[in-house]
Design a protein. Sequence first.
Length: 259
Amino acid sequence: MVVAVRRNVAGLVVVFVGAAIVQLAISNTYLRYVKPGMRWMLLAAGVILILLAVADVLADTRRKPAQQHDDGQHDDGQHDHEPHTGDDDGHGHHGLPRAAWLLLIPVFALLVVDPPALGADAAQRQSPVAAKPVAPKNQSWLADSAQSDKPVPLAVRDYAIWAVWEKDSMKGRNFQLTGFVTPGKNGSWYVSRIGLTCCVADGTAFMVEARGDQPAPAKNQWVTVTGEWAEPTKRQDGDVAAITITEVRQVTPPTNQYE
């Protein structure tokens, strides 16, 4: 009986874990952790965990009557009268270790708590210098596009790279960037986004220095800025992309806050 209870509770824990994963994928909360393309993987993983746990519990339930029948045939009417020491042994009910119940705490936390995405605090711990791309000329779509006064919507990640490594293509152009505000030193501030390769564990901050007479919005405030390419800021560890801002508009955070 002890083993059966342990098995059922373990199956229940696995069901909760699977349900939490499915809930994250359905509610778009998974975007706080991984890239959008991994949604179907999470759904599949959650469903598989639930099905496996349920199948295991059902299989164990079917085995118990057969085991009890076999035990009855070998009983011969004799019973041991050894002192009862209890099944708990200080580990929880029916021999289940109390620590096992702690596994449910992060599961319930995932279901109840809506964690914030990485923001200015994470960006401030990284350098605003964007790494050089492998092949800038071959990857830039700006090289062959016509000059225009209309602002070009561009990801902060792309602007942070091309503004430094594709100067000839960026000069004289107006751009529109959307990101969160990261305060800098001496009153400066950056338009920032966190880029993911796979998940938040490898999140990289991409930052564009905001120039001009526009006052700095509050830390972590999401903004859409419009402005013209500016000469990058020189630093000992490299150049930092910059934009001369002509307009700052506060916006609500997008569903997917990563790039």
